[in-house]
Design a protein around this ligand. Structure first.
Ligand code: GLT
Ligand code: MN
Ligand code: MN
Length: 387
């Protein structure tokens, strides 16, 4: 059947996404909680490839050793029965009141030490379950008032923590990479390192930048009104697209985490096209949740919808690439007679001398057509299914 998700498509969901109980800042949960094993089974037969989790999603922080073992046994059984795998893990460093001032950037050194210890354990747990990517989303790493912390000191604290943890992973011989996930605000008024570009700059200051990349999320760049595909391209260009959080979000709002492709379809199209064109091979992780109005039957529809929309857009991207009119237009606007090929070799004094000698007819240059209206309308018609 067309658009039928398969494990080879690498679609994954967080336990916290399909298991989301529909709580919001103004209202109590609308769905009963499921166990981790039930969350896995909810995806059974959906074509999903994997599930990801926070330490506390799987094992409650106060669980006894016996409780932990029972939960893990049941979870592994569900993975075995369904063929679903665990490609990514992370730690919850935001929910517990102890992290109200941040984890790695908290002012209290005891909180920073506890955060490190919690992450060491979460890394061990993730690796035990088979994860090869470990995500850091620092939801509480920020401020309401900049009287409270120096941004420079916070950067240093965050850097120290990541350097420590990179060494730990190397020392253990784990096959694990770190992926940092930026977000501009919420739950803090301002979260440090708010965008993909900021994170990329920060990574280059780490002791072991090779081990650390990005986990960009659609909603988080959209909250700032940024072009997500451009951000993803920058991460890809830097060799840093280690993971991706797919969902949807109107610009400038709270973190909506909507079903992938549900509101900004055109942006979702360019994103899928980019990922498919470059051959991104990692997880397509849906970090989204169903409407608070949904029951679990509708949560299944939500999960299926995320994957189907991705596959439909993937087909649209292939059509775009095969559409002779669109491709002819692109060829026309990019046409190059090779007159300036000498610039491709980069800088030299000879090239400078030659370039200085060129004359440019700016009026003629401006007359060269750029029929982007036509190109965009063709794209729209393709997306609307009439070509
Ligand atoms: C939280 C957040 C997400 C992060 C998750 C990983 S948890 O739901 O809103 O964007 O990816 O910690
Ligand atoms: Mn989000
Ligand atoms: Mn996310």
């Amino acid at each position: 059947m067309a658009y039928e998700p398969q494990p080879e498509h690498k679609f994954t969901f967080g336990l916290w996404t399909v298991g989301n109980i529909g709580r919001d800042p103004f209202g109590a949960p609308t769905r009963d909680p499921l166990t981790p094993a039930q969350q896995v089974r909810l995806l059974e037969g959906s074509g999903a490839y994997g599930v990801n989790f926070h330490d506390d999603d799987l094992v409650p922080v106060d669980a006894t050793a016996a409780e932990r073992d029972a939960i893990i046994r049941e979870f592994k059984q569900a993975l075995n029965d369904t063929g679903i795998v665990v490609p990514m893990a992370t730690a919850n460093l935001f929910g517990d009141p102890v992290f109200k001032d941040g984890a790695f950037t908290a002012n209290d050194p005891k909180v920073r030490a506890y955060a490190l210890q919690k992450v060491l354990r979460a890394i061990d747990l993730g690796v035990e379950m088979g994860a090869s990517v470990y995500v850091f989303w620092g939801g509480r790493e920020g401020t309401e008032t900049d009287s409270s912390k120096s941004p420079l000191e916070s950067s240093q604290r965050f850097r120290d923590a990541l350097n420590f943890l990179c060494r730990y992973v190397r020392d253990q011989g784990y096959n694990l990479k770190f992926a940092l996930e930026p977000k501009p605000n919420e739950p803090r008024s301002d979260i440090y390192l708010p965008s993909v570009g900021a994170m990329l700059g920060f990574i280059s200051t780490l002791d072991d930048p090779e081990m650390v990349g990005l986990n960009p999320e659609v909603a988080h760049e959209h909250m700032s009104g940024l072009n997500f595909t451009h951000a993803v391209a920058q991460a890809w260009d830097a060799g840093k697209l280690f993971h991706i959080d797919l969902n949807d979000q109107l610009f400038g709002r709270y973190d909506q985490d909507f079903r992938f492709g549900s509101v900004m379809l055109k942006q979702a199209f360019y994103l899928v096209k980019f990922l498919e064109d470059v051959g991104y091979a990692g997880s397509r992780h849906f970090d989204a949740h169903a409407y608070r109005t949904s029951d679990y039957a509708d949560v299944k529809e939500f999960a299926r919808g995320c994957m189907r929309t991705y596959l439909i857009l993937k087909e649209k991207a292939a059509r775009f690439n095969a559409d002779s009119e669109i491709q002819a237009l692109l060829a026309e606007v990019k046409a190059d007679e090779g007159q300036y090929a000498y610039l491709a070799g980069g800088y030299s004094r000879e090239v400078v001398a030659r370039l200085r000698g060129e004359t440019f007819d700016r009026a003629a240059m401006n007359r060269r057509p750029l029929p982007y209206e036509r190109l965009d309308q063709l794209t729209i018609e393709l997306l609307l299914g009439v070509r």
